[in-house]
Design a protein around this ligand. Sequence first.
Ligand SMILES: NC(=O)c1ccc[n+]([C@@H]2O[C@H](COP(=O)([O-])OP(=O)(O)OC[C@H]3O[C@@H](n4cnc5c(N)ncnc54)[C@H](OP(=O)(O)O)[C@@H]3O)[C@@H](O)[C@H]2O)c1
Length: 288
Amino acid sequence: MSRIAVVTGANKGIGYAIVKDLCREFDGVVYLTSRNEERGQAAVNKLKKDGFNPKFHQLDITDDSSVERFREYLKETHGGLDVLVNNGGISFMFDAPETFPQRVAETLRVNYFGLLRICKALFPLLRPHSRVVQVSSSVGHLCKIQGAELKARLASRELTEEELTQMMRNFVDAAAMNTHKEAGWPNSSYTVSKVGVSALSRIQQRAFDKDPREDIVVNAVHPGSVITDMSGKLGTMTPERGAQAPLYLALLPKYTEIKGEYVWHDNTVMDWVNGEVKTFRPDSPNLY
Ligand SMILES: NC(=O)c1ccc[n+]([C@@H]2O[C@H](COP(=O)([O-])OP(=O)(O)OC[C@H]3O[C@@H](n4cnc5c(N)ncnc54)[C@H](OP(=O)(O)O)[C@@H]3O)[C@@H](O)[C@H]2O)c1
């Protein structure tokens, strides 16, 4: 039976580069998924021209029926899944016309709730020794949250997925009423969405540790400051370089000790609870 890898939001940017690397290094079938059929097929065709052979499937992480179709397809065609890279995401440009509450609702809808939807749908298909990579960000580090109470709750080993998800909903509601800052949240929808993703990975690993399926591992990763559409092409690294740490985590060997961690783009395991993120040049465009 073939091993199966899936990357979300892979028609461009870091996701596309991760697919390319997996085609080279993963011993199995690689799925490039995209919410838009045409853009996804075009990306697959481009890779085929370069000698790679990914498969394509449509997948919009915000759409229940799209996710359900993909889950059924995977189940029927392959019976399971071995590598899942949750890469798809959005970030509003600074000059976007949307109001702050609109940005918050949409960013959380895609980056947190969309990713969670994929996990709920596909985790039951994961086989023993599966690797899950949650693409977070430098701003997905806990140090980006100011409120002491929020920080303590997010860091708690007792935090459940339901409680975390309710905290994300509370942020959306607080942003709509402009009370998010007094509640201890930062003034950035993207930051909260990625802190949510990092916190979720820790909770998910605790569940995998008790799972009868052996050695399933999930980690969150900051891929670096990468030159993509999302960063307005202002990053410092190529998408190929940005794919490096996600690839490393997707291919972690059997019985790895690196699990439930927050990993930097140079593959260093960071202290998410008590540490700080590595500093950037003050003029760096790194906000992602
Ligand atoms: N670039 C950076 O410096 C940086 C730094 C830290 C973290 N990240 C993270 O890295 C990941 C990839 O970002 P990138 O820089 O490569 O951005 P990008 O070039 O804008 O690519 C984002 C991808 O996500 C897809 N996507 C958006 N909404 C989706 C949905 N509802 N369902 C499925 N796919 C969806 C996009 O599809 P469309 O083409 O259809 O829009 C696109 O393929 C993101 O999670 C981002 O937050 C990036």
